[in-house]
Design a binder for this molecule. Structure first.
Ligand code: PEP
Length: 256
């Protein structure tokens, strides 16, 4: 049993036109708005944030963005700033492995973004996770610890209370090969939580949520979320279909 409120975030990645996103949100709302036991965050593409904000207005659902720039404003064509997101969002995903792999995101840029996000009252969902190669070489703990420490540099204990960590082993994302509940929990409990304890103290670390992401679906969500240090999920593929995502959120509600 954990005192941390479960959280499930939907990462729609680069999917859904404005019309499709509106339809999906509409399909999700009747079920999701009844579930109070879970913090539910939808992270649609930037182009849908404004409309989604109107759609969820009378509910407890929250919005998140999938990325942002660390600069306040200026000559950064194509980028989105924290203050632009703060009009619509409570959360922002930072350091997703797809951004690390394809768009040059590093722990250093994640750290800069985290500071800017927090300054604008956006709660960062900071993603960490090892590659298949690193996993096979037995480097998981070291890689994840370094990602956490460097991404959280100069974050205060007070600020940390507004940060969520998402452990997303790269080999599990979009592959259908989820980590085992025990394997994921080991990283959450024995690697990430101790780093948080070291950086922010035991009390703050105990209250911080660590999500698991990587091929979570309606079938495996219950077992994963039942683990001691898995406080919910960051969901990609299964968040694109209303039934599957609602089932994942219900599984999180049942772990209370
Ligand atoms: C993700 O995009 O963060 C993710 C975990 O994707 P999937 O659930 O499809 O593995």
């Amino acid at each position: 049993m954990t005192a941390r409120k479960p959280m499930v975030a939907a990462n729609w990645k680069m999917n859904k036109t404005a019309f499709e996103a509106r339809e999906l949100t509409q399909a999700l709302l009747p079920e999701l708005k009844k579930i109070e036991a879970v913090d539910i965050v939808l992270c649609p593409p930037f182009t849908n944030l404004s409309l989604a904000c109107e759609q969820i207005a009378e509910t407890d659902l929250k919005l998140g963005a999938q990325n942002m720039h660390w600069q306040e404003k200026g000559a950064f064509t194509g980028e989105i700033s924290a203050s632009m997101l703060a009009d619509f969002c409570d959360y922002v995903i930072l350091g997703h492995s797809e951004r690390r792999q394809m768009f040059g995101e590093t722990n250093e840029t994640v750290n800069k973004k985290a500071h800017t996000a927090l300054a604008h009252d956006l709660k960062p969902i900071i993603c960490v996770g090892e590659s298949l190669e690193q996993n096979q070489a037995g480097e998981t703990a070291q890689v994840v610890e370094t990602q956490c420490r460097e991404s959280l540099q100069a974050i205060t204990p007070e600020q940390a209370q507004n940060i969520v960590i998402a452990y997303e082993p790269v080999w599990a994302i979009g592959t259908g090969l989820a980590a085992t509940p025990e394997g994921a929990n080991e990283v959450h409990r024995d690697v990430i939580r101790p780093v948080l304890r070291d950086l922010f103290g035991a009390e703050i670390a105990e209250g911080m949520r660590i999500l698991y992401g990587g091929s979570v679906n309606a079938e495996n969500a219950g077992e994963l979320f039942a683990m001691s240090d898995i406080d919910g999920g960051l969901i990609g593929g299964a968040s694109l279909k209303a039934d599957a995502f609602v089932a994942v959120v219900k599984a999180a509600a049942e772990t209370l």
